[in-house]
Design a protein around this ligand. Structure first.
Ligand code: ADP
Ligand code: ADP
Length: 228
């Protein structure tokens, strides 16, 4: 059975006394361990879909099932990485990753070990004691990824996580993410407006259109496509 299942998901926002349909009747299944990319132009509802998956907002119609159970709010079964790093500036890299564990009931000693392990996973061993302002943009985003992975969510949700980075840093983070995905077996839902990034990262790419946001087609990406 699918890990994630969108069933007739529609989201409307009240706008000037009427309603604006941001996403309209989305039906889509995501397999366990799949790397799915949602791609489309600005305004096609990508962030809305990710917010719905994150439980940060709820559908106007339809439902999203996670392991067969409707999503009703945020949960530790889903980690989210946003475009802006959203790190706590007064905490070190280590402290930021530990922050993600404080809600989980993992004892303090193990939080420290786990944080160090996940900073190592994202290539930041030796940078544990740096504060965000002492890290490059790419390194900050690595911390954000470590933080969201450290409490072992089954699903990783990523909202244009590399869009604010320079091209070279973006490429290194893209490679790193594929490695992390292969090593951890997480289900990843990744959104981007860049078709090249979608095709590079996704096992399947769902192409969205706007006004209202709908799935136009879902394309499996094979190695031949990736190399071309
Ligand atoms: P994308 O991430 O693809 O750029 P969004 O999900 O941010 O698209 O937005 C989809 C559409 O819904 C856009 O037209 C946007 O203006 C509208 N929208 C998003 N959030 C709200 C909101 N809170 N209130 C009104 N309209 C919104
Ligand atoms: P990133 O791709 O992580 O953003 P940058 O290209 O911005 O990294 O690198 C900023 C500086 O930090 C560079 O001098 C780079 O060599 C160094 N650096 C980045 N990641 C590491 C790491 N894991 N270990 C050692 N040095 C690093």
């Amino acid at each position: 059975s699918p890990h994630i299942s969108f069933r007739g998901v529609t989201k409307r926002f009240p706008v000037k006394g009427t309603e604006f349909t941001a996403v309209d009747g989305i039906d889509l299944d995501v397999a366990r361990g799949e790397f799915l990319v949602l791609v489309g132009p600005s305004g096609c509802g990508k962030s809305t879909l990710l917010d719905l998956l994150g439980g940060l907002t709820s559908p106007s119609e339809g439902e999203i099932l996670l392991d067969g159970t409707p999503i009703t709010g945020p949960g530790l079964d889903r980690g989210i990485v946003f475009q802006q790093y959203a790190l706590l500036p007064w905490r070190t890299a280590q402290g930021n990753v530990e922050f993600g564990l404080e809600a989980t009931g993992v004892p303090r000693r193990q939080r420290a070990e786990r944080a160090a392990e996940f900073l190592n996973l994202v290539g930041l061993s030796g940078f544990e004691d740096r504060h965000p302002h002492q890290l490059s943009g790419g390194m900050r985003q690595r911390v954000a990824i470590a933080r969201s992975l450290a409490y072992d969510p089954a699903v990783l949700l990523m909202d244009e996580p590399f869009a604010a980075l320079d091209a070279q840093t973006r490429e290194s983070l893209q490679d790193e993410l594929v490695r992390i995905w292969q090593r951890t077996g997480k289900t990843i839902v990744f959104i981007t407006h860049a078709i090249d990034e979608a095709v590079l990262l996704g096992q399947r790419v769902a192409v969205l259109t706007s006004r209202p946001g709908r799935v136009k087609e879902v394309v499996p990406i094979d190695l031949g496509d990736r190399l071309s």
